[in-house]
Design a protein around this ligand. Structure first.
Ligand code: NAD
Ligand code: SER
Length: 312
């Protein structure tokens, strides 16, 4: 079946680039972008766009029927740092939207869903080094709790009702086309903007806080590869670990200094430090490699050079 796609939350950091890439692959009119907010990137405006509230199931159903959508990418969510400030609101957005879309697939209105999870599903009991696909998970944020619960709901709908839902536990994503939306890993984007603008950056995480990260290009490729992969050999639902690279703020600053020698970083950790401390340092993505041939392509050197070149 030819995919007719609805992206919910298309104006955000991932949605901006995912919309462009899916339109390049399938054609502009095959991809309906939607969000509470209008797109601020001109190439996302070139194509169908609907103002849509992800918590309004009737509005989503109307949009799906209007455009004869069969595939939904549900990106609307509140990220880790913002969610800690309004936990009830975050839970409502992150869970209501997922359960609505899963129900739509259950009754046959759509036939495929992509829903992103996060490294935030891990917590203090998870291994920090090469964190495996399965193991102890005790998320300490409302965001992580909603992602872990969401993973369980996806597994439930797949097992009970045969819903085809696919998911990736994205690491922190780094991009220049759109700003990040309120996560703990956002420093790794802000640092490039400030390095170019003022040559100084005051980081909200400590110098030696290592987190898993990935260039957006790799993340978008992973998303599309997973959505088109034949997973018949995989017995049960998995929200897949994927790894790109891991670094600390201090290592990232050193990599930037190779291009901007006068760049200076200082540190003023805030409440996000506690969140970052509970997340993995590095990720084991061998099950993604085995199940659907995942392999990242962009390392730290290429990421830094790409960010500085494009943001200039
Ligand atoms: P973002 O905050 O940049 O974008 C989210 C978009 O959702 C925004 O454009 C926002 O306007 C929209 N939105 C918010 N409430 C909405 C509502 N009620 N109805 C419709 N749209 C609404 O987030 P992102 O970074 O693009 O993340 C997308 C998804 O990927 C989220 O589920 C997030 O948890 C997940 N993820 C992102 C990262 C990352 O580093 N960016 C890492 C792991 C997982
Ligand atoms: N980048 C995201 C965040 O920091 C991880 O899910 O919230």
């Amino acid at each position: 079946m030819i995919p007719k796609i609805l992206i919910i939350g298309a104006s955000g950091q991932i949605g901006t680039e995912l919309t462009q890439t899916l339109r390049a692959i399938h054609g502009v009119n095959q991809v309906i972008a939607s969000d509470l907010n209008s797109p601020n990137n001109s190439s996302s405006i070139e194509g169908p766009f609907e103002i849509l509230d992800a918590t309004d199931a009737d509005a989503i159903i109307n949009c799906i029927k209007k455009h004869q959508v069969n595939t939904v990418y549900l990106l609307a969510a509140m990220l880790s740092a913002t969610a800690e400030k309004v936990p009830q609101k975050a839970w409502h957005l992150n869970m209501t939207s997922l359960l609505s879309v899963l129900e739509m697939a259950k009754v046959g209105l759509i036939w495929k869903i992509f829903w992103p999870s996060s490294i935030a599903v891990f917590g203090p009991s998870s291994s920090k080094i090469n964190t495996p696909q399965s193991g102890p998970m005790d998320p300490g944020t409302v965001y992580g709790i909603s992602k872990l619960a969401g993973e369980h709901w996806c597994a439930y709908y797949q097992e009970k009702y045969g819903v085809d839902v696919r998911s990736i536990r994205y690491p922190g994503l780094i991009s220049w086309k759109a700003q990040p939306g309120g996560g703990t890993t956002d420093y790794a984007v802000a640092i490039f903007h400030d390095a170019l603008k003022t040559r100084v950056y005051n980081c909200f995480l400590e110098a030696n806080t290592m987190l898993p990260m990935m260039h957006m290009t790799d993340a978008i490729r992973a998303t599309i590869e997973l959505m088109t992969a034949n997973l018949d050999h995989v017995e049960k639902f998995k929200a897949y670990n994927i790894a790109g690279m891991s670094f600390t703020p201090s290592e990232l600053a050193d990599a930037i200094k190779l291009y901007i020698p006068e760049f200076k970083i200082s540190y003023a950790p805030d409440f996000r430090q506690h969140i970052a401390d509970s997340w993995p340092n590095t990720i084991d993505d061998s099950e993604s490699a085995f199940d659907w041939n995942w392999k990242s392509q962009i390392d730290l050197d290429r990421l830094v050079s790409d960010m500085l070149t494009n943001l200039k």
